[in-house]
Design a protein around this ligand. Structure first.
Ligand SMILES: [Fe+2]
Ligand SMILES: [Fe+2]
Length: 287
């Protein structure tokens, strides 16, 4: 894996650029709580998630990336911090752009805390944009190929009792119906360097996600895992178990981002010396 500037001429078969993340590491770009990743893979250009706002547009423009080049947009799940830029992105995308999501991503979603509840699903304008003429919405409930070597896991079965679901994600404002987050999925890329897994928030468990990827399409060539690992509110036991599992996952490179949380990022870096990479808006990874 070679880090390189997003705008550099780069003949690597696969280039992945972080467009939205909770941190930023290049001048001229900005961060927000959210996640969006631009991927050039051979003949296919796609965006995984769209951040929380129109910031994805500003950052892409600053990096010289054009949304009319997109073949597809993947929604890792239906939370606002991954779908807030969806309407703005689809406004700029070409006719026929494919959008992949699990149908449950389109449900209303609510964050319930003792202080009250607030909507955290796809914003109304994003939902409307999905049904606009020219948008090829593909609601998927099984593993799905986007292009050769580029595929979506589909739903992630929970596998490990240690990966305890975080409370407070609901489908109703009263908090009576827990959101199983069964819309959560990951993108897998078979690069010349091996498999790269792009996570959204890994709400179904980062280890369960990697296990599902392996179960669906076994490979011994494991290159990188990047994205939100959602360990910010994890108990010490869950965090320790997850870090240990990632350490022994076989992936050469770990790039924790977005909702992973500083304690988990620190623990991963400490447990896996030489294997962790910084995320942040503007980071480009080539494979
Ligand atoms: Fe998130
Ligand atoms: Fe999320």
């Amino acid at each position: 894996m070679r880090p390189s500037p997003a705008h550099a001429a780069d003949d690597a078969p696969v280039r992945i650029t972080i467009l939205v993340d909770n941190t930023v590491n290049r001048p001229g770009l900005r961060a927000e709580h959210g996640w969006a990743v631009w991927i050039d893979a051979g003949d296919t250009t796609l965006l995984v998630d769209t951040g929380q706002s129109d910031l994805v547009i500003a950052n892409a423009t600053a990096l010289g990336l054009r949304f009319d080049a997109l073949d597809a947009v993947v929604l890792s799940h239906g939370h606002y911090d991954h779908t807030g830029g969806l309407a703005a992105v689809l406004e700029r995308a070409r006719d026929g752009v494919r959008v992949y999501a699990h149908p449950a991503a389109l449900r209303p979603k609510v964050r319930c805390t003792p202080a009250g509840s607030r909507p955290i699903g796809i914003p109304a304008e994003g939902l409307a944009a999905l049904h606009r003429p020219g948008v090829d919405l593909r609601l998927i409930e099984t593993p799905t190929d986007i292009a050769p070597g580029l595929w979506l896991t589909g739903p992630i079965p929970r596998r490990h009792a240690e990966e305890v679901p975080e409370p407070g994600f609901c489908l109703d404002p009263a908090g009576q119906i827990p959101d199983p987050l069964d819309d959560d999925l990951a993108l897998c890329l078979e690069t010349p360097a091996g498999r790269v897994v792009i996570l959204g928030c890994a709400h179904r468990g980062v280890v369960a996600t990697l296990d599902q990827s392996a179960a669906l399409r076994p490979t011994t060539r494991l290159q990188a895992v990047m994205g939100g690992m959602h360990l910010r509110s994890a108990t010490a036991a869950t965090l320790q178990w997850s870090v240990e599992a990632l350490k022994h996952s076989g992936y050469e490179r770990l790039v924790p981002a977005h909702c992973t949380g500083l304690p988990a990022i620190a623990a991963l870096w400490a447990a896996c010396p030489g294997r962790c990479g910084e995320a942040g808006v503007g980071t480009t990874l080539s494979f």
